[in-house]
Design a protein around this ligand. Structure first.
Ligand code: GDP
Length: 442
């Protein structure tokens, strides 16, 4: 792969009015270029305060932070200019920098350079994107852990186990007189260990996917069961229209809720018009059906004052193949109704709402958040699965005492797949796909 490292620039803050704006310039000539438009001599390693000038005309009073390679985010010479947060000023300064020889950066190009200049590995570069896009504290935490190298270290550990045994197999094959053959028992033990480590990471992939992508929760139940009221109580806002008349006009409503760190989209199965009682029930079921289909978890509500009847059961039946919780509503009006360990709530007094949130969290995640503190994305998971496949082949070979030469082929494949996670083995296509999702200026 050949890359040119010309000097690039972009605004690192959103191009809108704010307290300050940050323009980032990276590349060999970055400091030189900024010097041409700055009214004082730029001194490395200190904060430089002065004016940006355009042909002697004062544009803005700024701070210039020069970072000399390799001690910068990208590993190149970098000049960061902190301007006042006016889009007009930021644009004018950017234009000046372009006129003086830089070009506009592409999406994610600063982070891509940090990767290409070995400041970070690929899993850390992806963590930068995850951190920027994190919707909840929990996913931000996972991304921050990866940024600090948690996944990288774990993968390195597994790679070392595999390379160690592979190295010794190759040495014994190349120098049979000097190096003793590695015992099959030892090969099996090392491979099994690596398999266990990879499986552990993959086991938690579902949880990581939930943290990364969020989860959809349908609030289902008959008209008047208390869906909209619960929807509001969970969100703590007065959003959906609540009415005592069954089947009043409403549209299906979705809102996002931070459920103990998980980004949860709530779907209210409203949207029922003034129809005959039978029709209202029918539409209620249809609405529930479509919401339940979209959802990962379903809250099946029934009115505690009425109890569970056949119509409720018909709706609950729709959710039987999904994760679901049965919820008895309006418990302020019927305190002792709850049976069989289902959750009783009141959207009016808020009784049971916290318990419901905790039960939902447990239902979604399965258990408490894992000790594994790194997130894996689809790309990592694919690499891990391929590596696992190769290791299982190697294990089968070792169990059958196959020629060690053949076992080594599978071990090499396992290593190559793991190498893709850190970006050690990577194609241009994969690289472009990853950085395409970044914003300009990152
Ligand atoms: P939906 O048709 O299932 O969305 O039901 P709504 O949320 O519109 O509620 C129907 C009626 O029950 C409204 O009059 C609400 O004020 C009332 N309601 C809902 N939840 C509670 C509750 O927890 N306690 C009491 N006392 N009334 C409730």
């Amino acid at each position: 792969m050949n890359y040119t490292f010309d000097t690039i620039c972009a605004t690192a803050t959103p191009l809108s009015t704010g307290g300050i704006g940050v323009i980032r310039v990276s590349g060999e000539n970055s400091i030189e270029i900024v010097q041409k438009i700055f009214n004082k001599k730029i001194v490395p390693k200190i904060i430089n305060h002065g004016w940006i000038l355009n042909n002697g005309k004062k544009i803005d009073e700024v701070i210039v932070l020069p970072f000399v390679a390799p001690h910068s985010y990208t590993g190149e010479n970098v000049a960061e200019i902190q301007t006042h947060g006016s889009p007009v000023v930021i644009n004018e300064i950017l234009n000046l920098i372009l006129e003086n020889g830089a070009r506009l950066a592409q999406r994610g190009e600063f982070t891509k350079r940090a990767f290409l200049n070995h400041k970070i590995d690929l899993s850390q570069a992806e963590a930068v994107l995850d951190l920027i896009n994190a919707k909840t504290t929990k996913s931000a935490q996972g991304a921050a852990n990866n940024l600090s190298g948690a996944l990288k270290i774990k993968i390195e550990e597994i790679k070392t186990q595999i390379s160690d045994i592979l190295g010794r197999i190759i040495a014994s094959l190349d120098f049979p007189e000097d190096v003793a053959e590695v015992s099959y028992d030892e090969i099996i033990e090392k491979i099994e260990n690596s398999i266990k480590n990879i499986e552990e990471i993959l086991k938690n992939a579902r949880i990581h996917n939930i943290l990364r992508q969020g989860v959809k929760i349908a609030v289902a139940g008959r008209p008047n069961a208390g869906k909209s009221s619960l929807f509001n109580a969970l969100l703590n806002i007065d959003r959906a229209i609540v009415t005592e008349i069954e089947g009043t006009t409403r549209d299906t409503i979705t809102e996002t809720l931070d459920l103990n760190g998980i980004s949860a989209t709530l779907i209210d199965t409203a949207g029922i018009r003034n129809e005959s009682a039978d029709k209202v029930e029918k539409i209620g079921i249809e609405q529930s059906k479509s919401a339940i289909e979209q959802a990962d978890v379903v809250l099946c509500l029934y009115d505690g004052q009425v109890g569970i009847n056949d119509k409720d059961r018909e709706i609950f039946e729709l959710a039987k193949n999904k994760k679901h919780l049965i919820v008895c509503t309006k418990c302020d009006l019927c305190p002792s109704i709850s049976q069989n360990g289902e959750i009783s709530i009141s959207s009016v007094t808020k009784e049971g709402i916290e318990e419901l949130k905790n039960a939902l969290y447990k239902e979604i995640i399965g258990l408490n958040p894992t000790e594994n503190e790194f997130l894996t994305n689809q790309r990592h998971q694919n690499c891990l699965k391929l590596s696992l496949e190769a290791l299982n082949n190697a294990l089968e070979g070792a169990n059958q005492q196959e020629l060690q030469d053949l076992i080594s082929i599978d071990l090499k494949a396992a290593l190559t797949n793991l190498g893709e996670i850190s970006g050690e083995v990577i194609t241009d296509n994969i690289l472009n796909n990853i950085f395409e999702n970044f914003c300009i200026g990152k």
